[in-house]
Design a protein around this ligand. Structure first.
Ligand code: PLP
Length: 369
């Protein structure tokens, strides 16, 4: 192909970006190493798969795919509004919650603004910020978690958005409800606080913040959630934001008209009805977390106590090498050096046998096998 200096024509913010690095797909490892029986514990997916009730609803919907989906997602928004006791006008649907995070940034953040998030925070926050050409402000973590006081101190008149993941990925750290409430009360109104609760369903009832109810008091608060994790629909891309209706109205002006597809809408509506599947998913996660924590304790490995569906383990200076060795044993985990955690690996909680496969591989590698 002829030479073409595409980069010099592109936006400066985009030129300096590194693409998002997803967990290695099972098929890719199969191709590369010619092995089967691979266990993927790399993308915080639901190890129970897709709820049978959702599978049935999806199968029935296939024949309707010649038509465009409902651009306003009426039935899903209605179901979410009922579940969370909010108005339908407060909900924005997205092609995954990453879509709504991007919509928020594109609605509110300009190249002149600053965006605050924590060190070790979800990589999508700096990615979106830099794409716009805005200034990312990463606040050093405390015990791998958010330093809310330092985040408050970093706010100035150019600050327009703060991203907080609670629980955070990839650390699994969690901010208690009262600390979060105090923080929100101290954030000035010219700053939107985006509270990313992708792992909300895994948090024990007594620990959960009534974050959506807080929007009444804090109109600059936006809560995002997803069907990718506990609801087991990562492959479909379904997420949403709950906000002040005026915020939702603005986001609605720039979103792609059919940003949530027909199958995703159907699956999400049905998933909300399958409480049994959700409960089983959360219970399985609790057991798997205990299994991995027990392994770490037994091996004397440090780990970051996690409120999510993954555990980030300090494996030492050879984390990158260990990741490769695990691949050769058919176990995919997630390196997190890109999150300034070069000594850690993040392991998603799987089925009991999948967690055991990881444990067995770790023991074998430690024994030089
Ligand atoms: C997995 C995850 C999401 C969800 O992304 P989707 O686009 O909904 O799949 C959002 N935020 C964080 C912090 C996550 O870890």
């Amino acid at each position: 192909m002829r030479d073409f200096d595409a980069a010099s024509l592109a936006l400066p913010g985009i030129r300096q970006l590194q693409p998002y690095q997803a967990g290695k797909p099972i098929e890719e490892l199969e191709r590369e190493l010619g092995i089967t029986d691979i266990v993927k514990l790399a993308s915080n997916e639901n190890p129970l798969g897709v709820s049978p009730m959702v599978q049935k609803a999806l199968a029935e919907k296939v024949t309707a795919l010649a038509r465009y989906p409902d651009a306003n997602g009426f039935y899903l928004k209605t179901a979410l509004a009922e579940k969370y006791h909010v108005h339908v006008k407060q909900i924005t649907l997205g092609n995954g919650s990453n879509d709504v995070l991007e919509l928020l940034a594109r609605t509110y953040v300009s190249a002149q603004n600053e965006v605050i998030f924590s060190q070790h925070a979800f990589v999508v926050y700096p990615l979106i910020t830099k794409a716009i050409g805005a200034t990312p402000v990463a606040i050093p973590a405390v015990d791998y978690g958010h330093d809310l006081n330092a985040m408050l101190a970093a706010i100035n008149e150019r600050t327009r958005m703060i991203f907080i993941a609670n629980p955070n990925n990839p650390t699994g750290t969690f901010i208690a409800s009262d600390a979060l409430h105090k923080f929100l009360a101290a954030v000035p109104q010219h700053v939107l606080v985006v509270l990313d609760e992708a792992y909300y369903e895994y948090v024990e009832d007594q620990d959960r913040a009534p974050s959506i109810a807080w929007i009444e008091t804090f109109p600059n608060l936006v809560v995002s959630r997803t069907f990718s994790k506990a609801y087991g629909l990562a492959g479909l891309r379904a997420g949403y934001a709950v906000s002040h209706p005026a915020v939702a109205d603005l986001m609605n002006r720039i979103r792609q008209p059919f940003n949530m597809n027909e199958l995703a809408l159907t699956a999400a509506i049905t998933a909300l009805q399958d409480d049994d599947f959700l409960q089983r998913s959360v219970a399985l996660n609790r057991e798997g977390m205990a299994q991995l924590v027990a392994f770490c304790k037994q091996q004397g490995l440090n780990y970051i106590p996690s409120y999510g569906n993954f555990l980030t383990i300090e494996v030492g200076d050879n984390a990158a090498e260990l990741y490769e060795q695990l691949l050769h044993k058919g176990v995919i985990v997630r390196p997190v050096a890109g999150y300034e955690l070069p000594r850690h690996l993040r392991v998603s909680i799987g089925l009991q046998v999948e967690n055991q496969a990881f444990i067995d591989a770790m023991v074998a590698i430690a024994n030089g096998e």
